[in-house]
Design a protein around this ligand. Sequence first.
Ligand SMILES: Cc1cc2nc3c(=O)[nH]c(=O)nc-3n(C[C@H](O)[C@H](O)[C@H](O)COP(=O)(O)OP(=O)(O)OC[C@H]3O[C@@H](n4cnc5c(N)ncnc54)[C@H](O)[C@@H]3O)c2cc1C
Length: 394
Amino acid sequence: MDMSASSQRIIVVGAGLGGLTLALSLLREGFEVTVLEQAATLGEVGAGIQISANGARVLHELGLADALGRVAFHPERGEMRHWQSGETLIVRPLGDASVERFGFPYYHMHRADFHGVLEAGVRSAALGSIRLNTKVTAIEQDGDGVRVRIDSGETIAGDVAVGCDGIHSAVRETLFGADAPRFTGCIAWRATIPVERLPKGHVRPVASNWIGKGGHFVHYYLRRGELVNCVGVLEGQDWSAESWSSEGDPQEFLADFQDWHEDLHVLIRNADRCFRWGLFDREPMPRWSEGRVTLLGDACHPMLPFMAQGAVMGIEDAHTLMRCLQANADPTAAVRRYENLRRERTAIVQRMARENMTFFHNPDVDDLEERLNSHRDAHMWLYGFDVTDQEFAA
Ligand SMILES: Cc1cc2nc3c(=O)[nH]c(=O)nc-3n(C[C@H](O)[C@H](O)[C@H](O)COP(=O)(O)OP(=O)(O)OC[C@H]3O[C@@H](n4cnc5c(N)ncnc54)[C@H](O)[C@@H]3O)c2cc1C
């Protein structure tokens, strides 16, 4: 059945960064939206996230520029440094240069702050649109619509269902069967440190990535510069923990980076708590959708965080899907068009993120200069993309 956008009921499974961006995009355009979230409370982990201009474009279009400006930090530039000498290998202008070149800023945010901005947007557009404590267990569909079953046994009817339910997506399993994500052999240590604990000027207002033997270490400011976010990645590790993240010991974090530059030791020594994450990804999927049911964000393209684009790709997905649903009265045609517009770009980024594992973890190579330049070009390609300027009609 064909229908106008305003009469379509969209069921969004998962209230992470991807699901909430989709919900807000749809609500602002008059769709009826229900977000189903398994957790009892909404929130995000205590860590940082970088959002580049290609994602900021969508967030600004959603009217969030002021709210983001109140919680974010804008780095002057990105730089890559040598793990032992500290030498700066390459610089990527961000700050004002991001706005001049791409029209939108580069954001560093605490995940909880960013998630809070999205949640406030969704709730002010439609107060009761998010249902917590609601785990999706199955989805059925026919020519007239979808029926989403939740753990209480209740069934919720809609026109389209979107699995924004992360790397372990139940919706993905409903569509394509069970299949585990791949452990990449990398673990990430994460910590956030109050800036007043650090020697004055210890961290410059830049996004720093120290590349080294078998690992890399990223740090940057969050929350208007009140916190420093640290992520130390090491490869060749085991991951036997049941959960994909667990609290770790700062002494172990320090020991893992003992051969690295002293500036990083100063950071780690000032961390009260730290967390250890197993990093998982998947191969690009040949299909994301079946009829009126599709996927978005980590549910369909989980990637290593080595391009800082996982959430940004979900934000681009959200805008694209909303516009496809608007431009195509037939929901199955809309979903097909969305998938066609998104699959290739996200697969390229998934592959780039994997390739960066070799590049970031092996800095002492002859062709380093060439690699650094192609890394910078990849970022220009990514950030310059205008997701709003596409042919959304099938
Ligand atoms: C170390 C690290 C650093 C990163 N840095 C960046 C960065 O700088 N920039 C960037 O863009 N990306 C970054 N990423 C990637 C980014 O974090 C993810 O891509 C993004 O958070 C995924 O969002 P999502 O909404 O798709 O999924 P998720 O955040 O996983 O959300 C899924 C939601 O669905 C819910 N859910 C799951 N199953 C069900 C169910 N059956 N029923 C109902 N609800 C359900 C979950 O509870 C959750 O709320 C990083 C990742 C890591 C690990």
